[in-house]
Design a binder for this molecule. Sequence first.
Ligand code: CTP
Length: 398
Amino acid sequence: MNKKIIKNKNIILCVSGSIAAYKSIYLSSLLVKEGANVQVILTESAKNFVGESSFSGITHNPVITGYYDSKTSLSIDHIDIAKKADVILVAPATANIIAKIALGISSDPIVGSILASKAPVIIAPAMDGDMFKSEQVQKNITELIGFNYYISGPEKGRLASGMNEFGRMSEPDILFEEIISIFSKKKDYEKVEAIVTAGGTIEEIDPVRYISNKSSGKMGIEIAKALRDRGASVTLIHGKIDSAEETQGIKKIFTKSAIEMKNTIDNLVDKCQIIIMSAAVSDYKVKNISKEKIKKDSLDYIQLEKNPDILKGIDGSKIAKVGFAAESENLLINAKKKLSSKDCKIIVANDITLEGSGFGSDNNKAVIVDLDGEESFPLMSKSKLAHKILDRAKKFID
Ligand code: CTP
């Protein structure tokens, strides 16, 4: 982690009214220690939890608390700091401020600054677990993701209510790292053409029934987004996925069956430098798909035949191949076998039996294996893991 990168950066730290506000005092200190110029905006309700003088003492900047109480030498505080900002962080972000940001209700300088700025925005929600899960908050969070804002956390842990749920603000160290990662965001995949596959394929039995699997496509979507953010031109070839995910700037092609996915890949593969196969491809397809709905009395068995192994069939000397290995036992042994049998540069191996990891989850715990060895990662967001995979894969397309 290159901490020096935040030296002299203008960071707006927006603090809204949550018990977690005390953590932001420590965060402001971490940032100032590394030479950042931190400008704090406090909402009225945040003042019930933390004092202006704590922040002004640490940041050596006056704290903005409203539109009309100018404390700086600037002409219009919130606009001036917004124009200069390199990043805006809202931590803690209550349900109230999240809703206001989502709708652009600029009744306080936090929203005013965000609207007036082109800087990246990080939102660190902090609230009761059920509040966070509520439809309204989730809808607003989806809006914010659509604006390309980064959502950090919330984490699972003990809340002010005593409950142990998702609602705790990300720890200051994590937010500090996220700010650094924004500044160090590489464009190291610029001019790279990439294919990512995601989701589960669908093998029809008859017009009503099909065979598929539990894949949500989240991992592949996060990889496609990470590639896009790092400058690549990305085609996401997908089966069944969660369509609510934000995928701006990514070319999406829906393919139903494994054969359709294979044909689509074969048409594109020659102009690409990397393919990351996170799709859960059905190993078998139905031998004789019935045009009519099969009556239940005639459905005693389904005859299957093997699908082609798409990844194996791609020429690994022409494109960097990254495969996945979904395993429930002997993770490393199986991953290494797949690395050589499928002629991949990297295999990302998941233990699908681990709780909170794998299919459908937002998090994943993986081991990345290549010929140089293996690297085991702790449970982390699929978005973070996507970047780890790209960090490792870069050497194969240079
Ligand atoms: N894969 C593929 N075509 C298939 C099956 C899998 O391209 N017909 C790809 C997957 O996208 C993944 C990798 O191969 O990147 C490994 O998939 P996985 O399901 O873990 O292994 P399989 O090869 O299907 O073998 P097994 O089910 O025996 O573990």
